[in-house]
Design a protein around this ligand. Structure first.
Ligand code: GMT
Length: 375
């Protein structure tokens, strides 16, 4: 339990992506530790489907008007942050993903003046490496993060990118990695659905993503095709997005489409992940790779790109990293990990490595950081 109970407003993308998952899970963990949490977003966070003590949800309403081709969500969010802070006496606003949340938080502070709470912004990835660097957003993102009272990044890699591309002094950024609930993400949870995906003699290869080009999902298919040539296996995809049809096309070209299963978007992935034998993450860029951590927590060894923050999360013998695009190397690595002589050790190492990112270890680091910012 925390020593001082704080009132914290949390904003993130409620329905998509790892940054939204982290924002929601952090809020729930903090609430469990006795803090009062106010989610301020445009939709109910997708992992918040039941009543939880100490947790409140404030929906940001964005009125539409014929003049608005693009309704100004950032403004409506700033006003809701102001309202919630005034009404509930928030100590802190913690925003996840800088664009546009850090800007809305700065506006809320301006509106509140001497009643303003402290603002902490957590940088997650493309808010720095892609979207925030776009000339349309760079100046406002740089300004807004420089106005945040606290800045955290999910990996040392992302901190380095922020220092370099946004000219932020390194001492302004605290690296606090993402975390995982070891009790929820684990092997052996019932019911295990493995028989839904594969015959007992087949290996289950898995990938979860939003099928954006940065994930290189067609590499997943090509890696799998090479695995399937050597041993009986199935590929299970979870998630959906723009590259889905290209992926199906490549699976047909490789002659393995009958071995591929598309599960679409799933609210809860732990019980499916726990059925996997190896997880593939061949992304072009990844600030952290939360899904690799969740897989490892389920005792699933990972084959991933040696890029961005991934080496801070996945290390041998829990997984194997290969250069981006090295489809042959990743297939050989997956076959290595799937080998009966190696799998048990890799699986145990994956779980052990995931334990170093346990919520119980990481969440207190956020609490300590809040205390520092609040002075
Ligand atoms: O930046 C994105 O692509 C979106 C973001 C998200 O909301 O899923 O993903 C980033 O944040 C995750 C949670 O911290 C990280 O695990 C992902 O590695 C990171 N994605 C990228 O850097 C591409």
């Amino acid at each position: 339990m925390a020593e001082r109970k704080l009132k914290i407003g949390i904003t993130g993308y409620p329905v998509y992506g790892g940054s939204g998952v982290v924002a929601t899970e952090l809020g729930l963990e903090l609430a469990r530790r006795g803090h009062e949490i106010h989610f301020i977003t445009y939709a109910q966070p997708f992992r918040l489907s039941r009543f939880v003590e100490n947790v409140y949800y404030h929906e940001v309403e964005v009125p539409i008007y014929p003049l608005f081709e693009y309704p100004p969500y950032s403004l409506a969010l700033a006003v809701e942050m102001q309202n919630v802070t005034e009404r509930w006496g928030l100590d802190l606003l913690h925003v996840h993903y800088a664009v546009p949340h850090a800007t809305s938080a700065w506006l809320a502070k301006e509106l509140l003046q001497d009643r303003a709470p402290k603002v902490v912004t957590t940088l997650h990835g493309t808010d720095i490496t892609l979207v925030g660097r776009d000339p349309s957003y760079h100046a406002i993102t740089r300004f807004s993060i420089s106005r945040s009272d606290g800045l955290t990044a999910v990996s040392s890699y992302l901190k380095g990118e922020t220092v370099e591309r946004f000219n932020v002094p390194p001492e302004r950024i605290e690296v606090i990695p993402n975390f995982v609930d070891l009790n929820h993400y684990r092997r052996g949870i019932e019911p295990c659905h493995r028989h839904q995906f594969a015959e007992p003699t087949e290996k289950v290869v898995m990938h979860i993503s939003n099928f954006r080009s940065v994930k290189r999902v067609t590499d997943v298919v090509r890696i799998f095709a090479r695995i399937a040539r050597e041993r009986p296996a199935r590929l299970v995809f979870i998630g959906d997005g723009p590259e889905r049809s290209t992926t199906q096309q490549v699976a047909e070209e490789e002659g393995i489409d009958h071995r591929v299963m598309y599960m679409g978007k799933q609210e809860s992935v732990a019980e499916i992940l726990a059925c996997a034998d190896v997880f593939l993450l061949p992304s072009a860029s990844e600030a952290f790779g939360l899904v690799a951590l969740e897989a490892m927590s389920c005792g699933v060894p990972v084959v991933a790109s040696d890029v961005g923050g991934i080496p801070e999360v996945v290390a041998e013998p829990a997984g194997i990293l290969r250069p981006v695009g090295d489809v042959d190397g990743m297939a050989a690595a997956a076959l290595d990990l799937l080998d009966e002589s190696r799998w048990d050790e890799a699986s145990a190492a994956a779980r052990e490595q995931a334990a170093t990112f346990a919520a119980d270890i990481v969440v207190p680091r956020y609490e300590a950081y809040y205390e520092r910012i609040l002075g």
